[in-house]
Design a protein around this ligand. Structure first.
Ligand SMILES: [Mg+2]
Length: 401
């Protein structure tokens, strides 16, 4: 039977995204400078992925830096990163999609995230695309906070002006127990409030002895955490977790493959020790799925990996709704602003590797790090960081930034 089309049978669809410019538009993005910077480490580090032969020791980090300037002269700085491989690919993709932002109102960050993600739609919803978008997204948030004259945490609505901070300095698998103790003493003397050690030795007894030695060495009020970097299977992780379950560890990080949400949920159900994971996830869909399945007591979303500040804020809302704690992964200079804006007490992870890149230093004492009082991220790039630049491209009118 033919369709009756004598009258309207279905709604008319409007274009996605609405009008890009209107009375409310405040400014326009004039230019963008994209740079690939390779930051070397003073010493290569190894975690369980090296012992299982899956990766080589880590000796540098590739930074994707985005510097934005608006027609009104506002500036913004954002960055993403990759480890071991992919830095050149991130830079190439960023150079391709940067022109899509020229002329846009830099305040419309959520819409611009969507615009960029459709530029990279064919690459998938996770992986390379969001990690490149992250650098642009963070630059726009930095610009917005600078325009407001506020530290980024204050723009979000901060819950605290200091955040607990822990580190893993000297706690990698190549270190002896004596070296780990000495490194922990140095960390605590510098104001660090918790220690995380790597586990995943081929002989689990070695891990247990090292944990026992470190727990005995640290003051009772200093939390000790362990990180298996995805190298255990479900049965082993449960067995190991039960042995250490009465030690009061702060958390067990990434015991299983990063995408084994059900396995992490099984461990969370069966162990008193909190399960922490989420650093490898590169889409909000993955992070929502992890939280929805009960796969973490502590969500470790990494803002540059998941696509920047905008998707991170969405994961924070999901984590809050599900009563999950938060301990953002790496990139402390950025994540401190996000951690300060979460209702429950959080951790940030201290890494010194990016310090040569930035002129500014974080204030750390009594186990906590202070949210910087400078507008935006409160960061600027050192001359050394400029010298480490491998490649740069500018689009639009960058006004000499
Ligand atoms: Mg980790």
């Amino acid at each position: 039977m033919p369709l009756d089309l004598s009258r309207r049978r279905i709604a008319a669809r409007t274009a996605f995204g609405g009008a890009a410019r209107g009375k409310a538009s405040q400014d326009a993005i004039a230019g963008l400078k994209v740079s690939h910077i390779l930051v070397p480490f003073p010493q290569a580090i190894s975690d369980a992925k090296v012992l299982t032969g899956r990766q080589k020791p880590l000796d540098s980090v590739d930074i994707l830096l985005v510097e934005a300037v608006s027609e009104a002269g506002q500036t913004g700085l954002g960055y993403g990163y990759t480890l071991r491989n992919g830095g050149a690919a991130q830079f190439a993709l960023a150079a391709e999609i940067a022109p899509a932002l020229i002329g846009e109102d830099p305040n419309d960050i959520d819409r611009l995230w969507e615009k960029l993600r459709w530029q990279v739609n064919s690459l998938g919803r996770g992986g390379l695309g969001p990690q490149v978008i992250a650098a642009f997204d963070t630059a726009l948030w930095d610009m917005k906070a600078k325009r407001a004259g506020l530290p980024l945490a204050k723009l979000f609505g901060a819950h605290r002006d200091t955040v607990r901070i822990y580190n893993s300095d000297g706690q990698y698998l190549q270190a002896s127990v004596d070296e780990m103790k000495a490194a922990a003493d140095t960390s605590l003397a510098s104001g660090i409030g918790g220690i995380k050690m790597k586990v995943g030795q081929p002989d689990g007894m070695i891990d247990l002895r090292r944990i026992d030695a470190m727990r005995s060495h640290l003051p009772d009020d200093i939390p000790l955490m362990i990180d298996a970097n995805q190298q255990w299977d479900r049965a082993y992780a449960l067995q190991f977790g039960r042995i250490v379950d009465d030690m009061g560890l702060g958390f067990i990080e990434e015991p299983l493959d990063a995408l084994d949400f059900e396995g992490h949920a099984m461990l969370a159900d069966n162990l008193a020790t909190p399960i922490a994971t989420g650093e490898m996830l590169t889409s909000t869909a993955e992070a929502f799925d992890l939280i929805r399945k009960g796969g973490c007591d502590i969500c470790q979303t990494d803002a540059p990996r998941i696509g920047g500040v905008t998707p991170f804020l969405k994961v924070m809302a999901m984590a809050e709704a599900c009563r999950v704690d938060l301990a953002p992964h790496w990139m402390m200079e950025l994540q401190i602003h996000l951690a300060a804006a979460y209702p429950e007490e959080t951790w940030v992870e201290h890494f010194h590797m990016l310090e040569p890149l930035f002129n500014e230093r974080l204030d750390i004492e009594n186990g906590r790090v202070a949210v910087p009082d400078r507008p935006g991220l409160g960061l600027s790039i050192t001359g050394q960081g400029r010298d480490w630049t491998r490649n740069t491209v500018s689009v639009g009118n960058t006004h000499g930034i």
